[in-house]
Design a protein around this ligand. Structure first.
Ligand code: HEM
Length: 252
């Protein structure tokens, strides 16, 4: 195929309404010019990172709306919008896998282009990391405090599968999917540069392991083991086997 011809039409003319509304000239010129890529994988590398930034922008924007609706106790809106955010994070996670089609050597060539840039500088990620604290404060002041409830009440003693529970589960799902993204990102590093390598900031990639252990909403995770301890406490830590109790009752 005539590469120069296709390069010349790939970015469009920028004159049609579709192109004008979506500002395709800006989006499609946000990558290096074709003759400046260090290898055949660099366009993929740039586009995946750019698309991930766009998804994080939409996730952060949607979380602002979610926060408004939590404060209004509008659970239907919260659940619909959280589904959108969950889908975004799932797509972001799947897209990481695409970078595993790049060989370790080709990544080393691209890495030389990055200066000392790092994912830690991602504006989308930095914004998202700041939001859970505010979401949690809104949840507590909208769903717990006005009714004098606790997380224990929502999940156990006053459990009713109600709005307070459903919104809490949306927060948990968000937390879990974020961890899955972090986990897959670490797998990607294993696959491309190796986890033991020094990062471009000269800092150990151990910091990523710390991120893996971070929970946005610890109280929503703690309630699960607290319930297990409490319910388990009622029959002790060592339980009789189901078979033994059946034998005792004469059942077969
Ligand atoms: C081959 C591809 C990739 C490699 C080898 C890689 C490698 C790394 C490494 C070594 C770090 C840790 C410390 C540092 O250097 O700053 C890091 C952090 C990070 N990367 Fe990547 N990354 C890749 C792709 C991506 C993609 C596609 C995203 C998309 C969003 C991303 C987002 C991040 C974020 C947000 C951090 C900071 C994490 C935190 O502070 O917890 N990375 N990456």
């Amino acid at each position: 195929m005539d590469r120069d011809y296709f390069y010349s039409i790939m970015n469009g003319t920028g004159e049609l309404d579709y192109e004008l509304y979506l500002d395709t000239p800006k989006i499609l010129s946000a990558q290096k010019p074709f003759d400046q890529f260090c290898n055949r994988d660099e366009l993929q590398f740039q586009i995946i990172h750019q698309v991930e930034e766009l998804w994080m922008k939409l996730a952060a924007y949607t979380l602002l709306d979610i926060d408004d609706f939590i404060r209004e106790r509008n659970a239907n809106r919260v659940m619909t919008l959280f589904r959108r955010v969950q889908m975004i994070i799932e797509m972001m996670t799947t897209q990481l896998g695409m970078l595993e089609t790049m060989s370790p050597k080709e990544y080393q060539e691209i890495r030389l282009q990055l200066g000392n840039g790092s994912g830690q500088e991602s504006p989308g990620f930095r914004t998202l990391l700041k939001m859970p604290k505010h979401l949690w404060d809104s949840y507590v002041s909208a769903y717990l405090e006005p009714d004098g409830r606790t997380i224990e009440h929502v999940y156990n003693s006053g459990y009713a599968h109600d709005d307070a529970y459903m919104v809490a589960e949306c927060l948990v799902e968000f937390d879990e999917l974020f961890q899955k993204f972090r986990f897959h990102h670490i797998q990607l590093i294993h696959r491309s540069i190796g986890m033991e390598a020094k990062s471009l900031k000269g800092r150990s990639v151990e910091l990523l392991q710390d991120g893996m252990r971070t929970r946005f909403f610890p109280a929503l995770w703690e309630i699960r083991f607290k319930m297990t301890d409490k319910w388990g406490g009622e029959y002790g830590t060592v339980r009789e086997s189901i078979g033994a109790s059946k034998k005792g009752s004469g059942a077969h």
